[in-house]
Design a protein around this ligand. Structure first.
Ligand SMILES: Nc1nc2c(ncn2[C@@H]2O[C@H](COP(=O)(O)OP(=O)(O)OP(=O)(O)O)[C@@H](O)[C@H]2O)c(=O)[nH]1
Ligand SMILES: [Mg+2]
Length: 483
């Protein structure tokens, strides 16, 4: 098992590192790594070929596998059922075939094998009978539980976070999105390598005891050290890249701000219908899919209120219950978009068995974002066309302020547009000016970005009473020909 652990750790590191290596030269660290390679790990250089033969493990491999899901009923039974259903959807999205799922009632996970010993044996039988090649645990496993359960069932064991990371890795499109996902994967990987490393030291100790004469820092341990180091270097590099990419996004956002264009962020649970709603509100054609995490990169579109005020709408990555902390990194650009918006449209899937729980999960993440709590939020119950009437009635009681819409049928969309218009910040400065006819461009800018209260055409020009932002007010002042 320990040789397998060793292989796994190296393989994961190799895979994650190789993914970007093909695209970008890593010249700056190559020299240092090469040196270290030669000093500490000759054996690896000699057996370089063995790296290619290592068994299939981890992230990219979750796809197209036959999986069995397991979970614990620690709190409420219904919650555990729903959570494992969601895990099933996640596994599907990742490309796996789900052969079955089962839940064990326990107060807390077994420290050694997650499931109880007896249940783990049972699981091993099911795995054999059904020909599963992977078990997905609906929770987070620590390294030793994972090892313990793998030993018990004889196939690869992964956890919920691994599946979500895999989906993210498959779906990320932008350079920034990809870098963020990779960073999240490495962040997840690092402490788990340590786990494997510890197990390797035990192994080395065993061999020492058996007279093999290998010190406490055997070659396996050195490899882990090296991998860990390479991962840290890679992570630092990714952080730098992401920091360099961020200014472009900040720039875009800043220029929207300068133009005083209000922004609305569409946030909510994954698969709630955010992209569909965005399409309806902007006549857009964003990817809509009945899959979790279809959207991974925030998209910004301009649109206008019924009275002609321009604003931007941003579609964002969906949230999910028990969002692992590593993933928050991958969500960062989305979280920033939300934190800096003027209005949040929080979309809820009313056809979900427990919409209120979705709202709670999303609010939990939102409450962790600086400033988000102060932003006016419109709660939208979407998919009312297919929502269960009983559920809907219950949700109305808990969330009385929510607007009911269907992005599919268009029901309630007009009311939502009105609500958005009402929540948008209004330009603050009142102006009363007379514009010459030559200032047509300025006039149309006021129409777009300001709010016109009065407009009167005369022989000399156009008299305008309007509320506008600072920049526009100054320019209108300059253009004013009224004495
Ligand atoms: N019946 C019904 N289905 C809807 C409605 N709105 C969206 N859907 C469906 O719900 C699924 C998810 O829609 P998306 O717009 O991709 O959801 P999302 O919130 O952007 O999802 P992610 O980007 O994956 O987080 C799609 O199959 C949509 O067709 C609705 O009002 N009624
Ligand atoms: Mg989407």
């Amino acid at each position: 098992m320990n040789t397998a652990d060793d292989s796994r750790a190296r393989e994961i590191a190799r895979r994650v590192l190789a993914r970007q290596a093909g695209r970008e030269p890593i010249a700056e660290e190559a020299g240092a790594l090469e040196r270290e390679f030669r000093e500490g790990t000759r054996r690896r250089a000699i057996h370089g070929a063995e790296l290619e033969e290592i068994g299939e493990v981890e992230y990219r491999q979750v796809r197209l596998e036959k999986v069995i899901l397991v979970g614990l009923r620690t709190g409420g039974a219904a919650a555990a059922e729903r959570s494992i259903e969601e895990l099933e959807a996640l596994a599907h999205t990742a490309g796996s075939e789900v052969l079955g799922s089962f839940l064990q009632t326990r107060d807390k996970p077994d420290p050694a094998t997650y499931l109880g010993k007896g249940k783990a044996k049972e699981l091993a039988e099911v795995v054999r009978e059904q020909g599963a090649d992977t078990v997905i645990v609906d929770g987070e496993l620590n390294p030793s539980q994972r090892r313990g359960l793998e030993d018990a069932v004889g196939v690869k064991v992964v956890d919920r976070t691994t599946v979500i990371l895999d989906i993210f890795a498959q779906h990320a499109k932008s350079r920034e999105g990809k870098a963020q996902v990779e960073l999240a994967q490495l962040e997840y990987l690092l402490p788990r390598l340590r786990g494997w490393g510890e197990s390797m030291s035990r192994q080395a100790g065993g061999r020492v005891a058996a007279g093999a004469g290998i010190g406490s820092r055997g070659p396996g341990e050195t490899k882990i050290e090296l991998d860990r180091r390479r991962i840290r270097i890679r992570m630092a590099r990714l952080r730098r890249q992401i920091a360099q990419m961020a200014p472009a996004r900040h720039q875009q956002r800043a220029s929207r701000r300068r133009g005083n264009i209000p922004s609305v962020a569409i946030a909510g649970y994954t698969n709630a219908g955010k992209s569909t709603l965005m399409n309806v509100l902007t006549d857009g054609d964003l990817l809509v899919e009945d899959a979790l995490f279809a959207t991974l990169d925030p998209t910004v579109r301009r649109t206008t209120t019924a009275d002609g005020r321009v604003y931007t709408l941003t579609d964002t990555v969906g949230f999910v219950s028990n969002l692992p902390t590593e993933l928050v990194e991958a969500f960062r650009s989305t979280l920033e978009e939300i934190a800096e918006s003027d209005v949040i449209v929080h979309v809820v899937d009313a056809s979900d068995p427990d919409p209120v729980n979705q709202v709670r999960a999303v609010n939990e993440v939102l409450s962790g974002i600086d400033g988000a709590a102060q932003i006016p939020t419109i709660l939208v119950l979407n998919k009312v066309d297919v929502a269960d009437p009983g559920t809907l009635a219950a949700v109305r009681v808990s969330l009385p302020a929510a607007l009911e819409v269907s992005a599919r049928t268009g029901a309630g969309i007009e009311a939502l547009q009105e609500e958005i218009a009402a929540c948008l910040p209004r330009p603050q400065i009142m102006v009363d000016v007379m514009l010459p006819f030559s200032e047509g461009a300025l006039l149309s800018e006021v129409h777009e970005d300001g709010e016109i209260l009065e407009q009167e055409w005369s022989e000399d020009g156009v008299r305008l009473v309007a509320r506008v932002g600072e920049g526009l007010a100054a320019r209108l002042g300059e253009a004013n020909i009224a004495s």
